[in-house]
Design a protein around this ligand. Structure first.
Ligand SMILES: Cc1ncc(COP(=O)(O)O)c(C=O)c1O
Length: 404
């Protein structure tokens, strides 16, 4: 994937993201220095006298092992400002959502990740902000909502209180419906309206999509998924190209303490080295499986933006480098038969989550709080890097076993 040189925020023109994942975040190239950073197990750092912003000082503020991974994620997203690492994707999501001043409005796609949506609902229940759900594929409808909400914001909660704002929270593709938002158009419109913006880029990964270049204030990741990539660690990240936003988020992280362990950060760094290869292989596998599944008589519908007939195809082609490796299929079957299909796989792993090297499969309505607009017979596939023929054969035998 050659670097997009028209992107003003791309670091070091000439270095592709395939190279960055391997070469960034390394110790200084000195004689006999280690090639890989060590794991820094230290809760505090030497120091006396006034603490300067550049000081590490204490292990809740930073850790050298985080810093290596933070620099890789920041550069992949197209900024020289290092990302901020968190103890989970949800800690990263909270870091952005919980910043909204009292009276703010959070606008989210109807099929936002369940945890994020639940957090926004709880904030509404606590009287902090309102939640407005939008059909994210309908660009005009989203912009209309942003315009209306931006016009009707209340006064600040008190004389010293921060003014409320509208936050557009975007996910594209969405989970599990694989809807594609017109991110360049939405982010441009939001900017014009003074609406703050955050994009959860977990599904697409920075290999396929870099929302900062379209003006997103924040990009958020569940680094648990593709970035770490081996289903062995829970991690999150927030990225911004705005130094003031980063300073505020760092101050909040240092105080709130939702930090990552150094060992987890090291695993994340170890995992991200192969991000480009993993994403490429998994995306190629997903394309083949989506095409074959859409021809299979047991399947009623497939949502994957890589399919030319998919509603999001043209949009995804214009704004993404590759279509990702999650797809959803709806079976011609009821919930029980769909569960039986999921249980009949032998190579795929029935489990929640996505973005690991191994292929995972899940009927989404097993989650009690999954949106009612998601069919009882919808199955989400997170396609891994195994041989695609083995993956296909396993799906076929599982479909056959429940069609008899
Ligand atoms: C799109 C998305 N965002 C955020 C999260 C939360 O991440 P974590 O599980 O690392 O807290 C998830 C988890 O599934 C997710 O799929």
């Amino acid at each position: 994937m050659p670097e997009n040189t028209s992107d003003p925020q791309q670091p070091r023109a000439g270095l592709s993201r395939e190279t960055l994942v391997v070469s960034a975040g390394r110790p200084a190239a000195e004689h006999d220095a280690p090639v890989n950073p060590p794991i820094h197990l230290s809760s505090t750092f030497h120091g006396a006298g006034p603490i300067l912003p550049s000081d590490r000082a204490y292990g809740r503020f930073t850790n050298p092992t985080w810093e290596e991974l933070e620099s890789v994620i920041g550069r992949l997203e197209g900024t020289e400002l290092p990302a901020l690492l968190y103890g989970s994707g949800m800690a990263a999501v909270s870091a952005v959502l919980e910043q909204v001043p009292v009276g703010s409005v959070i606008v989210m796609p109807e099929h936002t990740y369940l945890g994020t949506m639940s957090l926004a609902r709880q904030m509404q229940d606590r009287g902090i902000s309102r939640l407005v759900e939008v059909p994210v594929e309908d660009t005009d409808a989203v912009i209309r909502t942003l315009t209306e909400q931006a016009r009707s914001l209340p006064e600040p909660a008190g004389p010293d209180a921060e003014a409320p704002y509208v936050l557009l929270w975007a996910e594209s593709p969405t989970n599990p419906m694989m809807e594609v938002a017109d991110l360049p158009a939405l982010l441009a419109a939001a900017r014009g309206l003074g609406v703050h913006t955050a994009v959860d880029n977990t599904f697409a990964t920075p290999m396929a999509q870099r929302p900062l270049r379209w003006g997103a204030d924040y990009v958020v990741h569940s680094a648990t998924k593709y970035l770490a990539g081996h289903s062995d660690v829970i991690l999150g990240a927030v990225v911004t190209a705005d130094a003031e936003l980063r300073r505020r988020a760092l101050a909040k992280r240092s105080l709130a303490g939702g930090i990552a362990g150094p060992f987890e950060a090291w695993l994340g760094l170890r995992g991200i080295r192969t991000l480009a290869l993993r994403v490429r292989q998994a995306t190629a596998n997903a394309q083949v499986l989506a095409e074959r599944l859409s021809e299979h008589p047991a399947i009623a519908a497939v949502r994957y933006p890589g399919l030319p007939g998919d509603r999001g195809h043209e949009r995804a082609k214009a704004q993404m480098d590759g279509f990702g490796s999650v797809l959803s299929v709806t079976l011609h079957a009821d919930a029980a038969t769909t569960e039986a299909f999921v249980s009949a796989v032998r190579l795929w792993t029935p489990a929640t989550s996505l973005g690991g090297v191994e292929s995972l499969i899940e009927r989404r309505r097993r989650h009690a709080n999954e949106a009612r607009t998601v069919s009882e017979s919808l199955v989400r596939l997170s396609v891994g890097i195994e041989d695609v023929e083995d993956l296909w054969a396993d799906l076929v035998q599982a479909l056959e076993s429940v069609s008899r």
